[in-house]
Design a protein around this ligand. Sequence first.
Ligand code: BES
Ligand code: MN
Ligand code: MN
Length: 469
Amino acid sequence: MGHSRINLSCMRPTEKYIRDNLENFKDEICEFLRIPSISTSPEHLQEMRKASDWLKSKMEDSGLEAEIYETPGNPVVLGKSLKAGDSAPTVLVYGHYDVQPPEPLDLWISPPFEPEIRDGRLYARGASDDKGQLYLHLKAAEAFLKGADNLPVNLIVLAEGEEEVGSPNLLPFIEKHSEQLACDIVVISDTGMLAPGIPSVLCSLRGLAYFDVEVKGPSSDLHSGIYGGPVVNPALALAHILAGLQDSKGKVTIEGFYDDLLDWGPQVKKQINDLPFNQQELEEFIDADLCGGETEFSILERLWTRPTCEINGLNSGYTGDGAKTVLPSRAQAKVSFRLVPDQTPQRIDELFRKHVDKVTPRGVEVTIKQLHGGMPWRAQLSDQLTNAVNSALKKIFNKRAVVAGDGGSIPIVRDLENLLDSPVLLLGFSYPGCNLHAPNEWFPVESIENGIRTIAHLYQEISLMDEIC
Ligand code: BES
Ligand code: MN
Ligand code: MN
């Protein structure tokens, strides 16, 4: 691959195309971000379609052949340019065009689907996660195809509309179309940089097991004075179950929870703790003290290498103004666990149910549903690939990438790696504090240019590699 070819191509026309069109790119990202492609609620089906149609037509404008594939859920959009020929490597780009719900709306300074640039930040839901970043790849391809009439790699862009709900229909799609999706490397920009100016390649993601927990008591709300005491309060029962999930040392108390953990080894530990990480800066970014969890591990180790239990939502009884003496008939919680290798969502499901069974008080009934799950992921990047990324980054950031982990999850990563038998490169351009999933999500305006240029150079460097892994 690429071995017999000489590097005759020059990046100048591609670079010029990016420079000349930067303002259009910004306008176009905003067009994309104006579509409220929220995958979590069925009310937005039309908007999901609109976003997938928009993507298809933009892929075509960029010079890719594009097609929309129906799934039982939101459509998959596939764009392709295979003109580089059999001797050139094939890059598969994965991204998602769905976004998280924007609520609470009153906390947004400008409305979530009316993109606005303030102080070098592009504010909108999906700006970083992931519409803005997916868009960068289209433009990098376009810069070659339109600016230089030559894309040095074969490119497949796979965009889904269900990442934020656990990618329920993507795995069957990949299995069904695995021949069409055959590639030498997968590139994903759906993560961030360790800090502004410090480009980062990820080598690990945590997995996820997400549950709905419902505690049922009496079939109707009751007067808490007339019945309180002998009737078990479902909200208290739930509070009891939840409070017992973690001990005072930050350990998850579920029996067997830590059994499948792989040792990361002293070398990786050192590599993580040698990274230029500024705790105070992160605390200021997110306005929170980083004092929770397993304090015998460093902050980055806790975030990247340790499993956790989180309560994502709680609901029961009376929460309006004033007081109401009610004994609620039910209580509900959303509970999730972040997983690390070799934990699996299936095993955690078993252990969690067994644990809850054991600690549930008499008089209430608990129903647990797993809503979605994703496997944790760790990669070993080949020297070849690391060199290719670093050559690309050198030209834009004048720096090598730091190899980092991340605590978030992208459920399909492990499947892409396994099914397509290709290494996955996670190279993202958002910054800490970009408010992913939160009010006032933003993407650094400088990352639009830096991202497109880096990706273009990366494609170029990949085309020159002898072997991918
Ligand atoms: N892009 C994020 C994951 C992410 C962000 C990983 C930053 C690393 C750094 C992705 O869209 C996401 O939000 N994933 C969800 C899981 C999904 C099943 C809802 C998550 O991590 O909670
Ligand atoms: Mn994402
Ligand atoms: Mn997300």
